[in-house]
Write a protein that binds this ligand. Sequence first.
Ligand code: COD
Ligand code: ATP
Length: 202
Amino acid sequence: MALIIGLTGGIASGKSTVSRMLLDINIPVIDADLEARKVVEKGEKAYVRIIETFGSEILTATGDIDRVKLGSIVFHDEDKRNQLNAIVHPAVRERMNDKKVKYVDSGNSVVILDIPLLFESKLTHMVDKTILVYVDAEVQLNRLMSRNQLIESEAMARIKSQMPLKEKIKLADAVIDNNGTIHDTKTQLIQILNNWGVLEKA
Ligand SMILES: CC(C)(COP(=O)(O)OP(=O)(O)OC[C@H]1O[C@@H](n2cnc3c(N)ncnc32)[C@H](O)[C@@H]1O)[C@@H](O)C(=O)NCCC(=O)NCCS
Ligand SMILES: Nc1ncnc2c1ncn2[C@@H]1O[C@H](COP(=O)(O)OP(=O)(O)OP(=O)(O)O)[C@@H](O)[C@H]1O
């Protein structure tokens, strides 16, 4: 039986950083953010529903979804965010599940699902164990502002649209403290994988 691990955190807490470490040691990672981009490509069902719901003013000149515009709507309005989630999330879950099945069928004994909203969307039934990538609120805000070139109020709106990381600590099987160096983070990841016997399995 393959072990399915849910990797979660908050916006800019370091999930992609940890995912890259897992990929480096040949553990497959399925990234919900990447799948969420695929399901809203031009012509997809979710693309059409987003235009019906939010209007064609959220399109770029080339007819793609303008992610900055859509983000500036949904991160400031819970109802709109819920509407977008209801359109996008089922298709994302389906794609992630299909990919997971393929990895397991082709003999992988460990598969990681990188899902930012794992706890908010109550998706823990999709995984056997959970790892939370945690950072302090101030570090999260600073890393988000600098990575996405956002002013503080925009960054805070994004952070506030998620469950606080301190609450997620209580729900996770293991926690990586990503306030320190990348090296510290890698050490913690390897320790967790060792504790769960993952490195012998992978
Ligand atoms: C709002 C959108 C257009 C903004 O796009 P943008 O390119 O700026 O951000 P990106 O998709 O890379 O997401 C970055 C991070 O934002 C956070 N985030 C994204 N969507 C949401 C949401 N609905 N609720 C809370 N946090 C979210 C996540 O931590 C994610 O890792 C986009 O995030 C989106 O379509 N979101 C809805 C789908 C979704 O929930 N995706 C997250 C995982 S399924
Ligand atoms: N230990 C660290 N030290 C310094 N910078 C870091 C560390 N970990 C991550 N970062 C930086 O913080 C930012 C957020 O990290 P990353 O992109 O991995 O987060 P994420 O959780 O995947 O974000 P999102 O969910 O928003 O896509 C990036 O710019 C990354 O380079």
